[in-house]
Design a protein around this ligand. Structure first.
Ligand code: PLP
Length: 436
């Protein structure tokens, strides 16, 4: 019969592939976190995936909690999505002209996220946030933007900025290649610290085009908003006539069917989407108040475009994914499974005398090796025991469980993560905590 979980046997082929890849692709990967720098060791090269599992080049099979970093909320290789992609591909791959499918897709997104009165499709989360920022600046006529330390919004120049350790710091670039003169327009304060937001708005409020925030932070592990934080951002934006942007690239259709804005009942002015919206194809979207969206070309003056935007295959995959996800109250089931896994991790850690703090929201979660009871800030997240995380990650990988290869990434569940898989994961976690 088939077993739920397999111990890893070897990684000879992955290792050889990594050597070849490094000769031609910088670091051997097309996106940095895949290189396992955050945990050490070498990445698994993946051959295929199905349901809750991914399979590597050496034939190892893992229960996957990365889900392609978020998109695969229905599990890998879902038959409905696969069928939609194959059937649509029969008619050609791209036209660079409008299609009826784009209307159906936009209407589906608006049905699920009603604050997006109008929206536009793009091909990645980065494009969505970059375009939303340009739009907010064009709409308000202001240059400065406010983001939060530890929040990631893709790699557009103005967003690849973090603060120094002090609060209320003017922007310094996080990467060479970003002129300081760009970065100085990006203000950065601490996530979940409303007083810092208030203070900076008191000083510079009339110059700030927008606040962009991950409503549940998922790029510094998993940090939900504290009570009153998102409401406070909404009030400040209303007071200063700044645009409130929820970056729901990760949380959209995941924290709840209507995203974090439905879960916490806060209405942003603009929303950015990615990941789940494409069902595994490259799709992003940005949208919001019609009055703001009508500033976008060709109706308005703010330029934004894309050769492959609204690509039919991508739209077909996304639409099939959203339609399937909307049936049968899947998010109640996802939330239950996530809670079971989170509570199980906590209990297993306690049994083995390991200090662990767990956060979760909808179908995303994160765990911290720390003595702190709750983790609500970037600073707390960065002070956790990174070495323990690395060892735990590799113990779990050997047990056949694929967690995010970084202590600063959230983990994801899918509808394919059924009880038996969660129980097998928890049994493995128990053995791994014991070895720490
Ligand atoms: N915004 C958030 C919250 C994300 O998590 C990510 C990617 O992880 C992005 C934006 C960028 O999306 P993409 O990698 O599709 O460009």
């Amino acid at each position: 019969g088939t077993s739920i979980i397999y111990k890893r046997t070897n990684m000879q082929k992955s290792s050889e592939l990594f050597e070849s890849a490094k000769n031609i692709i910088p670091g051997g990967v097309n996106s940095p976190v895949r290189a396992f720098n955050g945990v050490g060791g070498e990445p698994c090269f993946i051959e295929k995936a199905d349901g809750a599992y991914i399979f590597d080049a050496d034939g190892n099979k893992y229960i996957d909690y990365v889900g392609s970093w978020g998109p695969m909320i229905l599990g890998h290789n879902h038959p409905v999505i696969k069928k939609a992609v194959i059937e649509t591909a029969e008619n050609g791959l791209s036209f660079g002209a409008p299609t009826a499918l784009e209307i159906t897709m936009a209407e589906k997104v608006r049905e699920l996220v009603p604050s997006m009165e109008k929206l536009r499709m793009v091909s990645s989360g980065t494009e969505a946030t970059m375009s939303a920022i340009r739009l907010a600046r064009g709409y308000t006529g202001r240059d400065k933007i406010l983001k939060f330390e530890g929040c990631y919004h893709g790699h557009a120049d103005s967003l690849l900025v973090k603060a120094g350790s002090g609060a209320l710091t003017l922007g310094v670039p996080s990467s060479p290649g970003i002129p300081e003169s760009f970065a100085e327009h990006t203000l950065t304060v601490s996530f979940n610290k409303l007083d810092e937001v208030k203070a900076i708005f008191e000083k510079l409020g009339d110059q700030i085009a927008c606040i962009i925030v991950e409503p549940v932070a998922g790029n510094m592990n998993c940090i939900p908003p504290v009570e009153g934080f998102l409401e406070g951002l909404r009030d400040i934006c209303d007071q200063y006539k700044s645009v409130l942007i929820f970056d729901e690239v990760m949380t959209g259709f995941r924290v709840a069917l209507g995203g974090a804005q439905a879960f916490y009942n806060i209405k942003p002015d603009l929303t950015t989407l990615g990941k789940v919206i494409g069902g595994g194809m490259p799709v992003g979207a940005f949208g919001g108040k019609a009055e703001i969206m009508d500033f976008i070309a060709p109706v308005g003056p703010v330029y934004q475009a894309g050769t492959l935007s609204g690509n039919p295959i991508a739209m077909a995959a996304g639409l099939a994914s959203l339609n399937e996800l909307s049936t049968g109250d899947k998010h109640t089931q996802l939330a239950k499974a996530t809670e079971k896994l989170a509570m199980g991790f906590k209990a297993a850690a306690e049994r083995n005398g390991v200090s662990l703090s767990i956060n979760y929201a909808g179908a995303m979660f994160g765990f911290f090796f720390t003595d702190e009871k709750t983790v609500t800030t970037y600073q707390q997240a960065t002070e956790c025991d990174a070495d323990k995380f690395k060892r735990f990650f590799h113990f779990m990988l050997d047990e056949g469980v694929y967690l995010a290869p970084s202590a600063f990434e959230a983990s994801f569940l899918s509808t394919a993560h059924t009880d038996d898989k969660i129980e097998a994961t928890l049994a493995a976690a128990d053995r791994c905590f014991a070895k720490l």
